[in-house]
Design a protein around this ligand. Structure first.
Ligand SMILES: [Zn+2]
Length: 347
């Protein structure tokens, strides 16, 4: 297995620290304006700096606390937002009023300009971070189970007893039917789910500056509809010919073994649970996928149900349906960031 690069993680940490610093400096500057506007008397630059840090640390710690406590109860989303917002406001006003000995009304006046403190970091994000460095994503579909999970269900794998995952059936399907499932060891089973409870999707960060290597996860625009973003594993690189045989990938006639952390992963040439429920149209022995100098072949880890290069019917202009042109690639997934127990550095 390749060693994930420390550089990517270092850069990501640097971006996060930079974003916090920019926000805090903007907050303090706007708060200084607010204090003048509210005609608060007892203030110095030093006090301003200390209180800015205290207010933000306390209020943000409170918000993180609220989100942490309610993280596993998504149905109470509105209540959580209200609790987090009202508590945040009260903490801000309370600390300002108390530390500058001013009335609550004056404290609100001094605090009001800080509402604009998010602007510089939004600009930083949209002008620098997203186009050049990193973009965050929420996983939209379940083609990449078990590595990346969209909204999903969980069960116990009949083969190994570990956790396995399934695509939640549509809500109007009340009856229970066996569903395809895949566990963290890549065991594929067909089981009747014990519960239809759904769980939150995985969140990832993609690096804009990395060059795709085989087995990387890429974020890319769908060849047929560039508005639609997909995340899948890159299996075929520019110039190669891809054929899936006996669960394995062959490139230009040679079998390529999956890296150690993907041991057990099997690719199939029929997609019984896919959207078409038909034999694949690209990447089989009869229909090898030939890639041009700027094209990639993408597969999902949940091979029996994934809608990927094997099945696509419409391609980008000037490219075959199975190919993702380089211009459609948005980034290489560098980190799985949420939920915390699935945190991983990939590149
Ligand atoms: Zn298993």
């Amino acid at each position: 297995m390749r060693c994930p690069s420390m550089l990517t993680t270092f850069l990501l940490a640097l971006v996060l620290v930079g974003a916090v610093a920019i926000t805090l400096i903007a907050w303090a500057a706007l708060f200084g304006l607010g204090l003048r506007w509210a005609k608060a008397r007892q203030w110095t630059w030093r006090r301003l700096a200390v209180i800015s840090v205290v207010v933000n640390v306390v209020a943000i710690a409170y918000q993180i606390g609220v989100v942490w406590v309610f993280a596993h109860r998504p149905q109470q989303e509105l209540a959580v937002v209200l609790l987090a917002t009202v508590g945040y406001l009260l903490l801000n006003i309370g600390i300002i009023s108390w530390s500058f000995r001013i009335s609550a009304l004056r404290a609100i006046q001094a605090w009001l300009p800080t509402l604009l403190s998010g602007l510089p970091v939004v600009l930083f994000s949209f002008l620098v971070v997203r186009p050049l460095l990193f973009e965050p994503y929420v996983i939209p579909t379940n083609s990449m189970m078990p590595t990346l999970l969209g909204w999903h269900g969980r069960d116990v794998c009949a083969t190994c007893g570990g956790t396995c995952y399934f695509i939640p059936p549509p809500e109007d399907v009340r009856y229970s039917v066996p569903l395809p499932m895949i566990c963290d060891q890549f065991h594929v089973t067909e089981q009747q789910p014990q519960s239809l409870k759904t769980y939150l999707p995985t969140r990832i960060v993609a690096a804009r500056f990395l060059r795709p290597r085989r087995w990387d996860l890429l974020v890319f625009e769908s060849p047929a509809d560039p508005q639609q973003l997909y995340v899948k594993r890159v299996v075929g690189l520019p110039g190669e010919t891809v054929v899936i045989e006996n669960g394995k990938v062959t490139i230009d006639g040679e079998v390529v073994e999956v890296p150690e952390h993907l041991q057990g992963l099997q690719y199939v040439t029929e997609v019984p649970w896919g959207p078409d429920m038909m034999p694949i149209s690209a990447g089989s022995a009869e229909t090898p996928a030939k890639l041009a100098a700027d094209e990639y072949f993408m597969l999902g880890d949940f091979s029996v149900a994934a809608f990927d290069s094997r099945l696509w019917e419409q391609g980008a202009e000037g490219h075959p349906p199975y190919a993702v042109p380089r211009s459609h690639v948005r980034g290489v997934v560098s980190h799985i960031v949420w939920p915390p127990e699935r945190f991983r550095v990939l590149r």
